[in-house]
Design a protein around this ligand. Structure first.
Ligand code: CO
Ligand code: ZN
Length: 330
């Protein structure tokens, strides 16, 4: 599975520019889907037919990643940029980014006068080796994602885009393992989550599922001076109860806990004090969806060293399979 993880987490795909991600994921799911659709926004939807006795279930994992977009090229050939999603300035110095055409850029900032302070984003720039706008290989409107190789160290897996390529991996693996299901299952690999859960919104409005389950990372409380939170790496799948954008459907939370207990899958209950996921979009789509989220615990979210535990990833896959393989009573 690390091969698949490496392939997805190292790939380019800032929000709005997920075409390459879709091309990577499609062949992974084609053999396990009864039908595949791509909608106008670019969501990839792989459908697995049930036996007609179950519900319409939408699974959402987002393909996009945070990144940057060029706003201006200076006369010396440096790029000023804006953020795509939640880019944190203190993670930027010395970072490398890659544009769609392969150009690598180095990020640095204007002179630092007070080392105790962090510049705002508009004081950073990208150096692509150009000396003027004329010899600059990228231009205004071009988007870049971060560059950082995948690393596996023991059970710890680290990459620039565990958020949310690891959710995509959970969905793909669950599709592979799901032999049969009573449900009509829509595995949606969504776009533009990082800029406001947009892809899942249109997909959910169109598919109109009964149940929606997002697969995404969540924060942990197990690092120095973390915000207190009852989630640790290595303690199992996180069943979301609440985040700042959604209160999960209580019946769905109960069902997730029952399935995990019945199959002896380790899990933790997640109350996230900030952030949200595609589950929010699904919950408030159309006349409403019973929505929840299986979260993969992740340290250092939105840095280039997002870190998950392989055991937790496995627990998330198993839990999703248990839910989809059996009847859902809410
Ligand atoms: Co994110
Ligand atoms: Zn995410």
């Amino acid at each position: 599975m690390n091969e698949l993880i490496k392939k997805l987490v190292e790939a380019y795909g800032p929000s709005g520019f997920e075409d390459g991600m879709r091309d990577l994921i499609r062949p992974e799911v084609e053999a396990y889907a009864d039908e595949i659709r791509v909608d106008a926004l670019g969501n990839l939807i792989a459908i697995k037919n049930g036996d007609g006795s179950g519900l319409k279930v939408m699974i959402a994992a987002h393909m996009d990643e945070i990144g940057v977009m060029v706003t201006h090229v200076t006369k010396e050939g440096f790029l000023r940029f804006t953020n795509i999603g939640g880019v944190l300035p203190h993670n930027l110095m010395g970072s490398r980014v890659q544009f769609a055409n392969g150009t690598i850029g180095l990020i640095y900032s204007d002179r630092i006068e007070d080392r105790g302070k962090i510049h705002p984003l508009n004081k950073f720039y990208i150096d692509v080796g150009a000396s003027s706008p004329d010899d600059c290989p990228v231009s205004v409107g071009d988007a870049a994602g971060f560059v950082r190789p995948f690393m596996a160290q023991g059970s710890r897996l680290t990459a620039k885009t565990m958020d949310d390529r690891i959710g995509c991996v959970v969905a793909i693996e669950a599709m592979k393992r799901l032999k049969s299901t009573p449900h009509q299952v829509y595995f949606a690999f969504t776009v533009q989550e990082e800029v406001g859960v947009r892809g899942a919104m249109t997909a959910a409005n169109h598919l109109d599922p009964d149940v929606g389950i997002a697969l995404d990372v969540t924060l942990t409380g197990d690092v120095p001076e973390a915000r207190p939170m009852a989630i640790s790496l290595g303690k199992g799948a996180a069943i979301k109860v609440k985040d700042s954008g959604m209160i999960a459907h209580a019946g769905l939370v109960r069902l997730m806990k029952q399935r995990a207990d019945a199959a002896s899958i380790p899990y933790q209950l997640e109350v996230l004090d900030g952030g949200s996921t595609d589950a929010r979009s699904m919950q408030i789509a159309n006349a409403g969806t019973a929505a929840g989220c299986i979260s993969i615990p992740c340290r250092y979210v939105h840095s280039q060293s997002e870190t998950v535990d392989a055991g937790d990833v496995e627990s998330c896959i198993q839990l999703l399979v248990e839910i989809l393989a059996n009847p859902i009573e809410l």
